[in-house]
Design a protein around this ligand. Structure first.
Ligand code: MTE
Length: 301
């Protein structure tokens, strides 16, 4: 994002460099996740739970990351996050709900796991296809019973500069915060991910639990979540606070609305050389366009 235009154009060069000078690749040592409902049906394709596109290799998903709490350099996040301790971990769910509750990690891992093969489109102009494991956020929200005043959902990442060393710098306002409208949060495509490629989430991808909202730019998919609050009005979001003219609350993937400093019409799929067209709502329009009926998506970018 800072220097993102440069980062976007550097992505291909960086990958070419890595092909010629491969760094030592450490396979993340996650725990195997069993009892996962696989996205292998025609229905999964129809409802967007799976795309029939080549999966991005694990090596790229775990070595090309945006996670500013650890490093602003994509290639350094994995080593900076190595050894990040995720137990004990809890997520409090509070605010405008009838049954506020704190879930510990084992409670969260009890939600039936589903595989979701989603495109991830970063606002910087690169993309991946990731086989997430997780469960619909709606299942968790239904348990706490949002009241009729709840209109938005606010999310927060862990704040602990001892464990997330880059939080000692002022590169962003900490903790990282994000938000969704309640109907977006309840949409079946919106998940809390606890794993990828059939194992628990690597630290660099947001261990132990992160949000994934596939039709929005990647920065909405907040990592290492510790707090979820149901609120009445639009909550503050980190990149919008940082640069309000560049990153809006909605941040739906939209090839027709350029970032002030670069076009969003195309993207580079990590592992490919040629650019490809960016799809409206990242290709999930059939599932989500109705959420924005009548809205001016240029104004609500
Ligand atoms: N969440 C937190 N807490 N901190 C971050 O820096 N980066 C975001 C998002 N979630 C970020 C975050 C951005 S810009 C992107 S593109 C995705 O995470 C990247 O996810 P990945 O590294 O798993 O591909």
């Amino acid at each position: 994002m800072r220097g993102a235009a440069l980062a976007a154009t550097m992505a291909g060069t960086g990958l070419l460099y890595r092909k010629l000078n491969p760094p030592p690749f450490e396979t993340p040592k996650g725990e195997a996740l069993t009892e996962v409902t696989k996205a292998d049906s025609e229905e999964a394709l129809r409802n967007g739970f799976k795309v029939n596109e080549k999966l991005t290799p694990l090596e790229d998903i775990t070595n090309y990351n945006n996670f500013y709490e650890f490093s602003t350099s994509k290639g350094s996040v994995a080593s900076a996050a190595k050894g990040f301790v995720t137990r004990p971990w809890s997520v409090s769910v509070d605010g405008l709900v009838n049954k506020p509750r704190t879930f510990d990690l084992d409670d969260l891992l009890k939600f039936p796991s589903e595989e979701r093969i989603y495109r991830l489109r970063c606002v910087e102009g690169w993309s991946m296809v990731i086989p997430w494991i997780g469960f619909p956020l709606a299942k968790l929200l239904n348990l706490v019973e949002p009241t009729s005043q709840a209109k938005y959902v606010a999310f927060q990442t862990l704040l602990d500069p001892k464990r997330m060393p880059n939080q000692s710098t002022g590169v962003l306002d900490w903790p990282y915060v994000e938000g969704l409208r309640l109907d977006e949060a309840m949409h079946p495509l919106t998940i809390l991910a606890t794993g990828l490629y059939d194992e628990t989430l690597p630290a660099q991808d947001g261990a132990p639990i992160r949000l994934v909202v596939p039709w929005k730019y990647g920065f909405k998919s907040i990592k290492s979540v510790v707090k979820i609050s149901l609120v009445a009005s639009e909550p503050p979001t980190t990149w919008n606070l940082q640069a309000p003219g560049e990153y809006g609350f909605y941040s739906n993937v939209n090839p027709q609305v350029a970032h002030p400093r670069w076009s969003q019409a195309s993207e580079r799929r990590i592992g490919e050389f040629r650019m490809r067209d960016t799809l409206m709502f990242n290709g999930y329009g059939e599932q989500v366009a109705h959420l924005y009926a009548g809205m001016d998506l240029r104004r609500n970018f």
